[in-house]
Design a protein around this ligand. Sequence first.
Ligand SMILES: Cc1ncc(COP(=O)(O)O)c(C=O)c1O
Length: 436
Amino acid sequence: MPSRPVTLSHRASLTKDQPISWFMQQAVENPDLISLAAGLVDVESLPGDDIAKVAQAILSDPASAKAALQYGTTPGYAPLREKIVARLNELDHRSPGEAYLADDVVVTTGSQQLLYLLGELLLDPGDIVLVEAPSYFVFHGVLASLGVRALQIPMDDDGMIVDDLEDRLRQLERTGELPKVKMIYTVDYFQNPTGLTLSLPRRAQLVEVARRWSKHHRILILEDAAYRELRYEGGDLPSIMSFDESREQVLLAMTFSKPMAPGLKTGYGILPNGIAAALARFKGNHDFGSSNLNQHILDRLIANGAYDRHVANLQDVYRNKRDAMLHALKTEFPAVTGTTWTYPKGGLYVWWKAPEGMETGPNSPLMRECLKQGILYVPGEFAYVEDGPFPRNEARLSFGVEQPERIREGIERLAHAAREVGLPRIQMPRVAGCRG
Ligand SMILES: Cc1ncc(COP(=O)(O)O)c(C=O)c1O
């Protein structure tokens, strides 16, 4: 009998390959390529010894080995959930009366699973989610496969422009689409892809606007704080969630991937009452709980202080890499070239803007020249959705994975490629001892 074609589900047919996959593959297959594209973390500092020690301690004791190797509970290992809220209560300066509760925590297989599950739990085809312009493109893929429309809100140096968000809500009300708006998604600390952070006044304003515009139903804020702990200068900012006195407007998504190790693939959500329980029911269908062993490992890493030590070390490692990138950009792209970039106080990314008219897309002359020079970036257009015109001359540069010397070399190659495709050639003054 001839083989019959498989009919994929409607949702699968809406699920496209992530455009970033090709870039990731290039970096893995070609070690000579300097990848400022990959969103991977620094490999040298991955805490193998710390993890080996606690894994050994767990597995060498019969009682703890049995507990960690058995199935866990769907919302996650209770002592870990307690520690997660204890840390957050401290970070957000919560008084005992305002404390977040372990019952509101659901541990997930990375925060990516949380983003996906929240989408499935709360969104229907045709719904609208308001996101930053630009924003985290992997989440756009999630929304697309759910049949949900993403509309983008402009950003400035203080993050999402909340006045523009309100203008958009007003416009959607006029067109009768306000009831479709279900969620506002923001990566509010050192955003992927721009490195920008939502300012303190805008955090309070965002909660107030979401609340006031919840005319038909609750408009939820999904606060993706994946990079919060990777801060290299200045003081920590309280979460958006901490401004939500009602405790019903904000869903907070966090992860151990960036501050610890992505290989543990463990994230978590702090969710309004009712949503946490509904999410756990839903997660029951997916996997009835994320890796129990990994949760036991993380619990011990927090308890014995290795987690805090590792985060402090990462802050030094990444500050050094960020500074190498910013310094190289300043050297290679003098102001007269018309090139600009963001100054991230944390995270893994710098957002680079080529002069107007110099496209950065996957088929652009700049990308072709960069591939020839052995340097890779993420085209900025990947971080926009089809919601009106968007810039074609931007790029995400990651300083996460390469070592400082290769970052400097990568920026030199980028500048060389940009000059080959039309960036003004500036005669730099020669200073004794400097590279010519
Ligand atoms: C903004 C943001 N959110 C979520 C994630 C998902 O990370 P994980 O699933 O490893 O926690 C990432 C990963 O790069 C990210 O950049």
